[in-house]
Design a protein around this ligand. Structure first.
Ligand SMILES: Nc1ncnc2c1ncn2[C@@H]1O[C@H](COP(=O)(O)OP(=O)(O)OP(=O)(O)O)[C@@H](O)[C@H]1O
Length: 265
């Protein structure tokens, strides 16, 4: 019985039960879902829907909330440090220590994960090379473009080869080649059995890489299923159309017209 329970625990990489979070107003309203080990989840929703808040709770960065959440069988409220050790988190536009060089920053991050110093330096150089940053590995990051910083964040989040990855708009500022590279990395990580929880507004990428889509709107989970399943229920065509249909913003043309009329005043 114990073994069976342990196996069930291992199969479920993320378990969220009746999760609620409020600031001045409710942000997450009684959300429940599970993610199996090895799944890629596309977590999408309008601006302000509660995506980053969910990810911050699951990565142990926010510990005041109602309900329960566990990652890799660890309670994110009481075992946050262990959660942080086991996961990879790639935030959008995080504050990098940009007076450091990428090599120094990756050394700092690698040390937090207690990676071996000699292999860490080699690994960092090789990873920077894959992202085309070899010539900048010893430049101060104060001079870096948005995309260059995002590449360093991507490397830092995966440096310790975590079994589960949380990505919050990871393609922010990346050029088309880097986007294709990241998509390919995510597909190959999935083949290697990693679990990926991916939040983005770039619908075609979410549609292509996700095993399952979860849509959050005004703090509520309003859809949860494989894209083909959700799509056949809604008869929408693309994920972008499905998203628009379910999140209720159908009047883009008149809103654009209204915007232009106002700026003309
Ligand atoms: N620290 C905070 N204090 C007060 N309100 C907050 C805080 N963090 C988030 N919120 C509010 O919670 C709501 C959800 O924010 P969140 O960042 O989770 O949205 P999101 O879905 O990630 O949006 P986006 O797509 O714009 O990144 C927003 O109304 C936001 O203003």
């Amino acid at each position: 019985m114990r073994i069976i329970n342990a196996q069930i625990k291992c199969m479920q990489a993320i378990v969220v039960e009746a999760l609620s979070k409020s600031y001045a107003n409710p942000v997450l309203k009684n959300i429940s879902f599970t993610v199996e080990a090895g799944e890629i989840i596309g977590y999408i929703g309008p601006n302000g829907a509660g995506k980053s808040t969910t990810i911050k709770i699951l990565t142990g960065l926010i510990n005041e909330f109602e309900g329960k959440a566990s990652v890799l069988g660890l309670d994110v409220r009481t075992e946050a440090l262990e959660v942080k050790r086991r996961i990879g988190y790639i935030p959008e536009n995080a504050a990098l220590y940009d007076t450091l060089t990428p090599l120094e920053y990756l050394e700092f991050v690698g040390n937090l994960y207690s990676l071996d110093k000699t292999s860490l330096n080699k690994k960092s150089k090789e990873l920077l090379n894959v992202f085309g940053l070899s010539n900048h590995k010893e430049d101060r990051m104060t001079t870096f473009s948005k995309g260059m910083r995002q590449k360093v964040l991507l490397i830092a989040g995966m440096l310790h080869n975590p079994s589960i990855l949380f990505l919050d708009e990871p393609l922010s500022g990346l050029d088309a080649n880097a986007v294709i590279l990241v998509k390919e990395i995510l597909s190959q990580l999935k083949q290697a059995g990693k679990t990926i929880f991916y939040s983005s507004h770039i619908m075609d990428v979410v549609e292509k890489i996700s095993d399952r889509i979860m849509i959050i709107n005004k703090g509520e989970l309003i859809a949860n299923g494989p894209f083909t399943e959700l799509n056949s229920q809604a008869h929408s065509g693309s994920l972008e159309q499905l998203f628009t249909e379910l999140t209720g913003n159908k009047e883009h043309e008149s809103a654009a017209g209204q915007f232009i009329d106002i700026i003309k005043q």
